[in-house]
Design a binder for this molecule. Structure first.
Ligand code: GLN
Length: 495
């Protein structure tokens, strides 16, 4: 089989479509073939919870008609995309990877999805994720785990594992996911693609099913920094339907893209390179920093002293908010009503029994930390720690740092079933939770392979600093394309 069309650069696809050398239906056909390959064999990737190729063909035909009529078309016109299953759509069910929302069809569409469709993108389907986006491996989905296209015995990361793996497998060039504590960047790193978490407020969350609303953001995934950034530009911007969406101008990503990192100061926090870091990840990060220096950046050691408290604070705050967000799923308005219930309590119990173990654990933990007598001691404490984590970053940026560079994850993708302890699972977000608590934009880009598995590097920006991290990420990525980093699998002594 020839390489899927989705692996071609977006600019090439868009130009092919515009010049009518390539048709949107051919793109859907190619996506269908890539999907069939992804889902074949004894270990299917399990990318989608719902997809509809027939509908995608129909939509592609409509775009073709628009093209013939010479209607103004955006570069996304006719491009197949995938959308995480916690973003509401009126044509596909929105299950959030949960049994409790099985078959639920939203009466309205998420703003991010609507903007994608208005740009002419063809939504292939809804990708798999950890139940209500709670997890780091997509193993907590009621619809089975998503496997990693690089090694099917390993996880794709999570919670947006289906979206990241769908891009990595060449089914779609672009996908949307959600990032609460790392759920776009961590799977992007595990699957060798680019993932961007925007500044809090950059993208409307209208129609994104709430997990922890003070943290949740819609994020974008693509094969290159430019493509993920372009998708972000399409979905970003103020939305009257989401009061937390900010009225901040969205820069055109192409404008400063080629400016490189010359003159930029890149901060490297010692706390993000702990002794426990996988040595291969450390070696690739060190090599990437040397490369940034060669490209003209100043690399400066910095300290973010509260880093170690980011995951514990995140665990408390995210659980607290989840317990409140999920209270609405009671079998009355949301969630399948249980047959034969004789009282409202039986409706509640029957419905909420359908939550998976991890979701129940978080609801219990969240209810506990918000309970009278515990609220100040635990929740209040975590909220104060969050402030300190944010201040760490603020000081770094105030001291003249333009972007902070860190590994995205402490290790490459782990095996399915390998991480069972819930806290150990959360530690996969050791480097992504801090920027999320601080509301900062951050992207993950592939640095190279360690023993055949992708390793990601993270660039964190100041609030609304997407253009800087995109520019730096693009410069590094372009340099890596022409000259990959030396792969540090040997010498054995260094491991
Ligand atoms: N892995 C983290 C968690 O389980 C983050 C997930 C997310 O960002 N949605 O909470």
């Amino acid at each position: 089989m020839s390489a899927p069309l989705a692996t071609l650069p977006l600019a090439e696809l868009a130009e092919g479509i515009r010049k009518r050398r390539l048709s949107p239906t051919a793109l859907v056909e190619s996506a269908a073939a890539a999907l069939a390959a992804a889902e074949s064999g004894p270990e299917p990737l399990n990318l989608f919870i719902a997809f509809d190729l027939e509908r995608a063909f129909k939509r592609a035909l409509e775009v073709e008609a628009d093209l013939r009529d010479g209607k103004a078309l955006s570069p996304l016109a006719g491009i197949p995309v995938a959308v995480g299953d916690n973003l509401c759509t009126t044509d596909f069910p929105t299950t959030c990877g949960s049994r409790v929302l099985h078959g639920y069809v939203s009466p309205y569409e998420a703003t991010a999805v609507r903007r994608l469709r208005e740009a002419g993108a063809v939504v292939l389907g809804k990708t798999n994720l950890d139940e209500f986006a709670m997890g780091s491996s997509t193993e907590h989905s009621a619809y089975g785990p998503t496997r990693n296209p690089w090694d099917r015995s390993r996880v794709a990361g999570g919670s947006s594992g289906g979206s990241a793996a769908a891009v990595a497998a060449g089914v779609v060039p672009l996908a949307l996911g959600s990032d609460t504590g790392g759920a776009v960047r961590q799977p992007a790193a595990f699957c060798g693609v680019v993932g961007i978490r925007p500044t809090y407020g950059r993208v409307s969350r209208y129609g994104l099913v709430a997990f922890a609303p003070s943290l949740d953001q819609v994020g974008t995934l693509g094969r290159s920094v430019y493509e993920a950034a372009y998708l972000l530009q399409v979905v970003a911007g103020r939305d009257p339907l989401d009061s937390t969406s900010a009225d901040v101008p969205v820069a055109n990503v192409s404008v400063n893209l080629g400016e490189g990192v010359e003159g930029m100061t890149i901060g490297v926090p010692a706390e993000y390179m702990p002794d426990s870091l996988d040595p291969r990840v450390r070696a690739l990060c060190r090599a990437a920093l040397r490369r940034l220096e060669e490209l003209g950046a100043e690399v400066r050691e910095i300290s973010l002293p509260h880093t170690a408290y980011a995951v514990p604070a995140y665990a408390v705050l995210a659980a607290a908010e989840a317990s409140s967000s999920l209270a609405r799923i009671d079998g009355v308005r949301f969630g399948a009503p249980v047959a034969g219930a004789r009282s409202v309590e039986e409706v509640w119990e029957g419905t909420r029994a359908l939550f998976g173990a991890e979701t129940k654990r978080r609801i219990l933990l969240g209810t506990h930390v918000l309970s009278a007598g515990r609220h100040d001691e635990i929740y209040g404490h975590a909220a104060r720690v969050r402030g300190l984590v944010a201040l760490d970053f603020r000081w770094a940026f105030d001291s003249g740092v333009d972007a902070v560079f860190t590994p995205t994850t402490p290790s490459p993708a782990f095996r399915l079933g390998e991480v069972v302890d819930p806290y150990a699972m959360l530690l996969s977000d050791a480097f992504t939770a801090g920027p999320a608590l601080a509301g900062l934009p951050a992207l993950s880009l592939p640095l190279g392979l360690a023993d055949g598995l992708p390793v990601g590097g993270q660039l964190v920006g100041r609030p609304w600093g997407e253009p800087e991290i995109v520019r730096a990420g693009h410069a590094l990525e372009q340099s890596l394309v022409s000259s990959p980093l030396a792969v540090p699998s040997a010498p054995a002594a260094a491991r």
